[in-house]
Write a protein that binds this ligand. Structure first.
Ligand code: UGA
Length: 432
């Protein structure tokens, strides 16, 4: 099939590349000339394991192309995926849809034959209705169907999530459009029940409700971990015990520094504002957001306690600063709140992250990036394991720190408290 992907951000680039890998002809377009030039030279602007290789392979066979010519790319394609950003508006807290509607207007003027117009970007419920209204001018009659096909890709696991999905959700009332979509996804929907055909509005809501549910699991387990900490119970045992109930499941029950990234924080807030529009209060999602927004306060006060209220001139090392492992993404990472607060309190910060130095910390004094773990840990008073990178899972801390007294705060519960106790290391973790 001839596919045009509009927007070569995370979602667009991964989806476009994977569709090409599945044997389609794909053009990825973006208005950012520099990005497109780089992609044409095989330089990938995002960090996603495995992506570069697949891009190069499909670029060589010309099944994957990159272009800035949006009108032409739309005209030569039958299937158009809208994959542009929907950032949160700082004032209204709603998803800002200006990029979506800009693109829709361009599509409106280039409908030379029947096309499927598909939103893959996360868009509020009824955005599909608005797109349809914009496209529905007389000359475009019967020339399009608007479909919602939300993505469920995790950063760092995006290729696997795309090629081996738990489900593919297609929202449309058109059986013609549904048949084309089913054919498009045929190679990856091995079992029939992985393909879920529903109404367009339901598909839009499924995306938000899924992310909000996962965020709820995380805030819930973090709240229970606070109780565990006070009552001398191990949260890992509790999550395992809960997760064995198949109705609950064991995934997304890892206690930690709170959820971050470009999706959960944005989508939970956007869901609440959609509900407000329909005069519905989502009290559960609201508490989840509030709990997560305040998580850093709990962590900072714990760090203060660990350091006996003495943070001034203390050497604190962060192992990992990204919001999770396997990505270079800093958006909404808990470290962005914790580190500045410690700097204000006079601590001297070093950090090491396998994804490299972070521009977000440029504006601060007393913070230094170290390219290796050894340099980062040497002479530290406190090591904070902030992100669960594999590189941090088997460290010999005594050899690394090279001083008698130091402490560890493991925000991802990577190590065994019993083993730490045996090694006489002052070790703190989450909910244990
Ligand atoms: C998330 C969803 O998992 C994807 O299905 C979805 O498509 C994507 O958002 C999106 O809307 O585009 P992502 O943001 O890449 O993917 O990251 P996750 O792996 O879901 O992790 C999100 C946050 O939750 C991270 O901060 C992570 O550290 C935290 N988390 C996750 C926990 O604290 N505990 C867990 O058990 C799991």
């Amino acid at each position: 099939m001839k596919i045009c992907i509009i927007g070569t951000g995370y979602v667009g680039l991964v989806s476009g590349t994977c569709f090409a890998e599945l044997g389609n002809n794909v053009i990825c377009v973006d208005k950012d000339k520099e990005k497109i030039n780089k992609l044409n030279q095989g330089i990938v602007p995002i960090y996603e394991p495995g992506l570069e290789e697949i891009i190069k392979r499909n670029s060589r066979t010309k099944s994957l192309k990159f272009s800035t010519d949006i009108s032409l790319s739309i005209k030569v394609s039958n299937i158009i995926f809208i994959c542009v950003g929907t950032p949160t508006n700082k004032i209204t807290k709603k998803a800002d849809l200006k990029y979506i509607f800009n693109v829709t207007n361009i599509i409106k003027n280039n409908l030379n034959k029947y096309k499927l117009i598909i939103t893959k970007s996360t868009v509020p419920v009824m955005t599909g209705d608005k797109i349809e209204r914009i496209l529905n001018i007389r000359k475009n009659k019967n020339k399009f169907d608007v479909i919602s096909n939300p993505e469920f890709l995790r950063e760092g696991e995006a290729i696997r999530d795309f090629l081996y999905p738990d489900r593919v959700v297609i929202g449309t009332s058109s059986s013609k459009a549904n048949n084309i979509m089913r054919n498009l996804y045929l190679p990856i929907i091995k079992k029939k029940n992985r393909y879920f055909h529903t109404s367009r509005r339901a598909a839009e809501l499924i995306k938000y409700a899924s992310n909000a549910f996962l965020a709820t699991k995380i805030s819930y387990i973090n709240e229970i971990s606070n109780l565990c900490e006070k009552s001398n119970i191990d949260i890992k045992e509790v999550s395992t015990g809960i997760g064995l109930d198949e109705r609950i499941g064991d995934r997304f029950l890892r206690a930690g520094p709170g959820y971050g990234g470009s999706c959960f924080p944005k989508d939970t807030k956007a869901l609440v504002s959609t509900a407000k529009k329909f005069n519905t209060e989502l009290s559960i999602v609201n508490s989840v957001i509030r709990f997560n927004d305040n998580r850093h306060k709990f962590l900072i006060s714990k760090i203060t306690k660990i350091m006996n209220n003495k943070l001034k001139n203390k050497r604190i090392t962060f192992l990992g600063v990204t919001f999770k492992a396997g990505t270079d993404d800093m958006r909404e990472s808990p470290s962005l709140k914790i580190i500045p607060s410690l700097i204000r309190k006079g601590s001297l910060i070093k950090y090491c992250d396998p994804s490299g130095i972070k521009k977000e910390f440029n504006k601060f004094k007393n913070i230094n990036y170290c390219s290796n773990i050894k340099e980062a840990c040497k002479n530290s008073d406190l090591l904070i394991i902030h992100t669960e990178w594999n590189e941090f899972k088997q460290l010999n801390f005594k050899n690394l720190v090279k001083k008698k007294k130091f402490k560890i705060y493991d925000m991802r519960n990577l190590y065994s408290p019993t083993k730490m106790k045996k090694s006489k290391i002052s070790y703190f973790c989450i909910g244990r």
